[in-house]
Write a protein that binds this ligand. Sequence first.
Ligand SMILES: NC(=O)c1ccc[n+]([C@@H]2O[C@H](COP(=O)([O-])OP(=O)(O)OC[C@H]3O[C@@H](n4cnc5c(N)ncnc54)[C@H](O)[C@@H]3O)[C@@H](O)[C@H]2O)c1
Ligand SMILES: O=C(O)[C@H](O)COP(=O)(O)O
Length: 408
Amino acid sequence: MAKKSLDKAKIKFLLLEGVHQSAVSLLENAGYTNIEYHKKALEGDELLESIKDAHFVGIRSRTQITREVLEAAPKLNAIGCFCIGTNQVDLGAAVERGVAVFNAPYSNTRSVAELVLAEAILLLRGIAAKNAAAHRGEWMKTATDSYEIRGKKLGIIGYGSIGMQLSVLAEGLGMEVMFADTVNKLPLGNATQVSLSQLLTTADIVSLHVPETASTKNMIGPKEFEQMKKGSILINASRGTVVDIDALCDALRERRLLGAAIDVFPVEPKSNSDEFISPLREFDNVFLTPHIGGSTMEAQENIGMEVAEKLVKYSDNGTTVTSVNFPEVALPSQDGRHRLLHVHKNVPGVMSAINQIFSENNINISGQYLQTNENVGYVVIDVDQEYGELAKSKLKDVTGTLRCRILF
Ligand SMILES: NC(=O)c1ccc[n+]([C@@H]2O[C@H](COP(=O)([O-])OP(=O)(O)OC[C@H]3O[C@@H](n4cnc5c(N)ncnc54)[C@H](O)[C@@H]3O)[C@@H](O)[C@H]2O)c1
Ligand SMILES: O=C(O)[C@H](O)COP(=O)(O)O
């Protein structure tokens, strides 16, 4: 590997929210030893102070990387979300500043699907309520409103990685699976794609697996609860904004639902020492879990390695494969060469201006890798002689430049 323009020991990684130690080990083995590690999420001044000199930051779902936070982090090259969701990051503001964002799109999929299936089985048997009653000394031995999962209809809203995994596992237990998605999806097994209202009116269990977006905000509200079958179950392990909690409380009070399992909430405690406040606490027939759908030892260890590796690859050689906001470029290592990364607005004229600078200065380009998306162009240029001063003085001034960095 060529020597980096910035000594690895000077490259600061800020890791928050107790990301798994597998991430720390991977970074250290790759030579990155300047790691500031926090078990909790940071916010406000504490976050601004820690991120101001960070080159990379690793977070989970709690830390909010807003435009203001990005503005306070002039050295930041990339954000690693050690989870699936990236809604906690202002992706637009990140790309405008040339900050790449990575996540772990698959590593906790199975953990979420297993939890949902377990909850579905237990809710159909009324276990949440029976368990709560037993803890109070009550004995609820009855078969009333207790059902097998076999033959029940599962409605999955959002047939992505988790929805599909759940679909396969549920069919293995003899369930009939239907799903609703804004995109036409190839059904796995015997699952069928239906409209949202068809799903709500026919499913015994409705499980949500959509991302947090404007279109999913409160997508299950009073109207949708009205449509749901009497005696059905709602499970939400996606994002807290997707379900209107007051409407859910009404449906539970009116006994229209047999039960519910909620893992994510519109407002979640900032740390394990803060009280969990929710109107749902009054219902024995509701499983309330502290956003742990993806929190298994297996998932967290894999996520730690997966995201840390993506950050290392980006830092070591500029590779952006699987970035959620950047054009994807897969790059070979180039010993004996010098490499420059240029992120720019995807507007006409930028590439010709860059190439003109190299040609006017008689510098041979030995490799050039360009990818663009709708808004941004990312070009990696390998040359066989140093061009540090040139890059500093001229390339950064090319109109449309978002970020320009000499890698090695
Ligand atoms: N509880 C947890 O700990 C936990 C763990 C992992 C993921 N999650 C959440 O689960 C979400 C889903 O994860 P995934 O990996 O399956 O994501 P994914 O991107 O693979 O799938 C999401 C699916 O939802 C669909 N969708 C988007 N908007 C929709 C809408 N309005 N109506 C219907 N379908 C819509 C998409 O087309 C896609 O098929 C994540 O975004 C994350 O927020 C939570
Ligand atoms: O998006 C995700 O993967 C989940 O919400 C898990 O988030 P966490 O890492 O904060 O548990």
